[in-house]
Design a protein around this ligand. Structure first.
Ligand code: GLN
Length: 187
């Protein structure tokens, strides 16, 4: 089993580190040619969603990744990755991959609380550390989306079929249960 980590911008190295701690092999997806390599699941890391969306389009990776996700490939998306998946971005007409029927609010915690750390219950896993960095939250989710975690009544983790998306950054904490649950579900 091999995981493809989108490596055009952002915190991809941290995800690779967690995968290697779990003994899972991964490849970096940096250009369209990398998408021909064998991988069974995708990680979309945090970073800057506008930049990532542009790089995906400019490098001709966009359509392939979108159809892989639509075709059922398991995907773990964190922070900017969640924004890339969202069907709607509040107050913005931009849609990136648009495979996840939610509305996200970018930079949702304002300037004061731009970054913070907490712990909260994640359905199916238990209490986990959550590091938020200029994070989005899910402002609205379609009924078929499974809400996995909320912090202060805001949705911060969802699952929709093969798509698992988080507002926070599990790759920055040393608790690997979220990545483990993700890889354990890959056939
Ligand atoms: N604020 C970033 C964005 O809108 C996301 C931040 C992150 O990934 N840590 O893309």
């Amino acid at each position: 089993m091999q995981v493809g980590v989108l490596a055009v911008q952002g915190a991809f190295a941290e995800h690779e580190h967690v995968l290697s701690e779990l003994g899972v092999s991964c490849i970096e997806l940096r250009n369209a040619g990398d998408l021909n390599k064998p991988y069974d699941a995708l990680i979309l890391p945090g970073g800057e969603s506008t930049v990532q969306g542009k790089l995906l389009r400019d490098s001709d990776m966009f359509d392939t990744i979108k159809s892989q996700i639509e075709g059922g490939m398991p995907v773990l998306a964190t922070c900017a990755g969640l924004i890339l998946l969202a069907q709607h971005i509040e107050g913005d007409d931009t849609v990136h991959l648009g495979t996840l029927p939610v509305t996200v609010k970018r930079n949702a915690y304002g300037r004061q609380l731009g970054s913070f750390h907490t712990e909260a219950e994640l359905k199916g896993i238990g209490e986990v550390p959550m590091t938020f960095i200029r994070a989005p939250y899910v402002a609205e989710a379609s009924p078929e989306v499974d809400v996995l975690a909320t912090v202060d009544d805001k949705i911060v983790a969802v699952k929709y079929g093969n798509q698992f998306a988080l507002s926070f950054h599990p790759e920055l904490d040393s608790d690997y249960r979220i990545h483990k649950a993700f890889v354990d579900n890959i056939q």
